[in-house]
Design a protein around this ligand. Structure first.
Ligand SMILES: Nc1nc2c(ncn2[C@@H]2O[C@H](COP(=O)(O)OP(=O)(O)OP(=O)(O)O)[C@@H](O)[C@H]2O)c(=O)[nH]1
Ligand SMILES: [Zn+2]
Length: 218
């Protein structure tokens, strides 16, 4: 059976996609409190948090949260500060495609696993290509809905690099849909945000979509 696609293009104004505002470190509960919460959840599902195999689990889970949600401690704009201007008049699109990411949906805190494709049309300066993947990573490592994740990546690149345009497309599997709830394995969610020339100039948008193989089933 062909996979179902949900195609959602974020055309909403940015205000409806207000950035997640991390709590100050001082307002956050400590590690022991977080471990206690995990112990409570283990007991809630009917397990014995004191049995040998589970004794270290709360600490492990909290450490894994530090990785999965480390994006709250990083500033994506700072990542893009270092740019290169000696580009000898290079004025074509730059695209990094198939950037794998793992995020978590803010409704169920279950993984969203997918690929991001990021492109921009530079104005005078370019950024180290790995930084595009770093920006994706920082926003992915937060609780997200895919529409906001898509918009945050695109808006940050646009605001900091001030290019002629930016395009971001995300394709992903939402495990809250594939492993529970409606249980539809094989579905993928596709979102895009186009800014500047990627939005206004049809040819630019089509070139980007062709470069990332958007209309080609993989
Ligand atoms: N638009 C959007 N929806 C998402 C995303 N991640 C998860 N969802 C959806 O968020 C919705 C939450 O709906 P609720 O009815 O409050 O939660 P629920 O009872 O667990 O819903 P089901 O998942 O349908 O069982 C579900 O429809 C999810 O599929 C996302 O990134 N974007
Ligand atoms: Zn979910």
């Amino acid at each position: 059976m062909a996979p179902l696609d949900a195609y959602a293009e974020s055309t909403a104004p940015d205000s409806s996609l207000a950035p997640d505002s991390p709590l100050d470190t001082s307002d956050r509960p400590g590690r022991r409190e977080a471990e206690h919460a995990i112990r409570t959840l283990i007991a809630y599902i009917g397990e014995d948090p004191a049995r040998e195999g589970l004794m270290d689990t709360p600490a492990r889970v909290v450490r894994s949260y530090d990785e999965y949600f480390g994006g709250y401690n990083e500033d994506p704009a700072a990542i893009l500060e270092r740019t290169f201007e000696e580009i000898d008049g290079y004025d074509e699109m730059v695209v990094l495609r198939d950037i794998e990411f793992v995020s978590h949906c803010e409704h169920h805190m279950v993984p969203i696993i997918g690929r991001a494709h990021v492109g921009y049309l530079p104005r005078r300066r370019v950024v180290g290509i790995s930084k595009l993947a770093r920006v994706v990573e920082i926003f992915a490592r937060r609780l997200q809905i895919q529409e906001r994740l898509t918009a945050q990546i695109a808006n940050t690149l646009s605001d900091v690099l001030e290019p002629f345009g930016v395009g971001v497309v995300l394709e992903s599997e939402h495990q809250c849909m594939t492993t529970r709830g409606i249980q539809k394995p094989g579905t993928s969610m596709v979102t895009s945000r186009m800014i500047g020339s990627f939005r206004e100039d049809r040819a630019t948008r089509q070139e980007f979509e062709a470069m990332i193989g958007l209309h080609r089933r993989r």
